[in-house]
Structures are given as structure tokens and as C-alpha cells.
Design a protein around this ligand. Structure first.
Ligand SMILES: Nc1ncnc2c1ncn2[C@@H]1O[C@H](COP(=O)(O)OP(=O)(O)O)[C@@H](O)[C@H]1O
Ligand SMILES: O=C(O)C1=C[C@@H](OP(=O)(O)O)[C@@H](O)[C@H](O)C1
Ligand SMILES: [Mg+2]
Length: 166
């Protein structure tokens, strides 16, 4: 396995940046959200609503942990780090990159919280999710890219540079 794995909050740009980075680097591309939906035969918000958060996280962790990918840019879902063994298995021999975006910027980008299906409790807000996950993103990452004030093109460039440097 030698994958470039993108992690970070919902709205950090993992899906958008991932496919563009794959193109620039001549690598394959996978968005794990799409794989989970195909495997479950349901949309992510439906899985979260019908199974509950913990079960969703288990399903996500199990599917990510079972993927056998090589030379692939992997855009994960924001909740992937809640089952960190799955992230380290995907990134083994490759590079895990945390796209770090401040919460105020995330809040501007992610306006459709309910439709997006974020794995957060009923009493939780985006700030709470960030506080819970931020240390996990840092712990899982080989490289952290500060995306504040950087447009998509600049982040793709930074991701490609990190890969070449690894
Ligand atoms: N560096 C960036 N600057 C501004 N907007 C961005 C940037 N990266 C992504 N976006 C926008 O933020 C939104 C969420 O991006 P997306 O790739 O779906 O995030 P994720 O997969 O991390 O949840 C999209 O509308 C995307 O165009
Ligand atoms: O952060 C989350 O709880 C989630 C983020 C989503 O992916 P994105 O990070 O691509 O939005 C998706 O995996 C799922 O709906 C849960
Ligand atoms: Mg995404």
C-alpha cells in the first residue's frame, strides 16, 4: 500500500482536492464516502439516521479497514478518524495528510449540516465536533496542511508537494 490519504473536518476540501491531486500526481482516486454508500445501498445521511452514530462509525471503520488500495489518493469522510486503525491501515507505507481548516471557515462552507449527514450527536454543534476530532486528526497525520486563506488550487499544490517530499 502506498496511498495518499486525506483527512479533516467535513468541508475541509478532502473530496474536491483529492480528485484534483490524483490527476496532478497521476494516481488513482477513491472517495470512501462513495464506497460506503455503494456497500450499504443507502446514502450516508440515511445510514446515520437509521443505524445511529456509533454503528455508522463501526461500518465506516470496517469498510475503510478492508480496502486494499495501492497508489491511490483516498479522500476519507470527516468521521474516519473516530476509528483510527482504519486510517492508519489505509495510510500504511504512504502518507496521511490533514487538511486543517479553522472552524469559522468550516462553518461558512458547510451550511447544509443535516443533508450532509455529519456523525454528530443531537446536542452537538460543529465547534464541539471540531474540539473532539482535532487532536485525532493531528495524531493520525504525517503531514498537516494549514488551508486557511488558500484556494483549492493552492491546497492541491501543497498536497502534491507533500507527496513528492515524502
Ligand atoms: N481551499 C478551499 N477554499 C475555498 N473553498 C473550498 C476549498 N476547498 C474546498 N472548498 C469548498 O468547500 C466545500 C466542501 O468541499 P468538500 O471537498 O466537499 O469537503 P470535504 O470532502 O472535506 O467534506 C465545497 O463547496 C468546496 O468547493
Ligand atoms: O464528518 C462526518 O461526520 C461525516 C462526513 C462526511 O464526509 P465529508 O467529510 O466528505 O463531508 C461523511 O463521511 C459522513 O456523512 C460523516
Ligand atoms: Mg468529502
Amino acid at each position: 500500500m502506498s496511498n495518499l490519504v486525506l483527512i479533516g473536518m467535513p468541508g475541509a476540501g478532502k473530496s474536491t482536492v483529492g480528485v484534483l491531486a490524483a490527476k496532478v500526481l497521476g494516481m488513482d482516486f477513491v472517495d470512501t464516502d462513495v464506497i460506503i454508500q455503494q456497500a450499504a445501498g443507502r446514502l450516508l445521511p440515511e445510514i446515520i439516521q437509521e443505524e445511529g452514530i456509533d454503528e455508522f462509525l463501526d461500518i465506516e471503520g470496517e469498510i475503510l479497514g478492508s480496502l486494499d488500495l495501492t497508489d491511490t489518493v483516498v479522500s476519507t469522510g470527516g468521521s474516519a478518524v473516530m476509528r483510527p486503525a482504519a486510517v492508519s491501515s489505509l495510510g500504511k507505507g504512504g502518507l496521511v495528510v490533514y487538511l486543517s481548516v479553522p472552524t469559522d471557515e468550516i462553518e461558512r462552507r458547510v451550511t447544509n449540516l443535516a443533508d450532509r449527514g455529519i456523525a454528530m450527536g443531537p446536542g452537538q454543534n460543529l465547534q464541539g465536533v471540531f474540539a473532539e476530532r482535532e487532536p485525532r486528526y493531528r495524531e493520525a497525520a504525517d503531514v498537516i496542511i494549514d488551508c486557511s486563506g488558500r484556494d483549492i488550487e493552492a491546497v492541491v499544490h501543497a498536497v502534491a508537494e507533500a507527496w513528492h517530499a515524502s
